[in-house]
Design a protein. Sequence first.
Length: 232
Amino acid sequence: MIALAVLLAAAVAFAAQHFWTGRTRPVRAPEVVRAATAPYGTEHTGDTSAPAGTPAGNGPDHALGPGAGAGRPGGAQNGAPGAVAGAEIVVDVAGKVRRPGIHRLPAGSRVADALDAAGGVRPGTDLTGLNRARFLADGEQVIVGAPAPVTGTGAGTPPGGPMVPAVPVAPVPLNTATVDQLDTLPGVGPVLARHIVDYRTRHGGFRSVDELREVNGIGERRFADLRNLVRP
């Protein structure tokens, strides 16, 4: 009886110990570790050290990939001032290009982008008078291969005399000349030069010199002074 009582006590102790070790116990959830992120603008301060816990080269810009800073205000990849993401412009590329015609480009594109959209310029084309870095405007016409006007000063201008606008030696092309180039024509100031460019944009260029009469501000007398100094 004594042996049986000892065996029963041992079994009860073993069962109690097994129950105690196998009981349900609350478990604390693992702590979430978040990498410290430097606030925007840290790269513009003098401190170039990485935040604590952040591996080198894994900053915000590296996580987003190349060009991630383009969308920030003042980023290096920004296009033309005021350009809206997703907006389009329509330009007419004419002249010595492989695919002349109407092309749609993103807002903020430059003349070089229009040339690429037109398949590039033809071999041997002179691009001296074409500013390929200029921003394009909607509805603009880009004519490729027109010779640049040659300008010079009057032969009778005395040294140290008053400044006289340069008179074009060769006829100025109405379809490609800039406002500054048109301003060199006698009797044409900045306002009238802008009217000529606006007429060219609205009507797709000049087909003849006689169309110059239809520009606002050019009468018969002024047209007679200009007709031999310009060409379409």
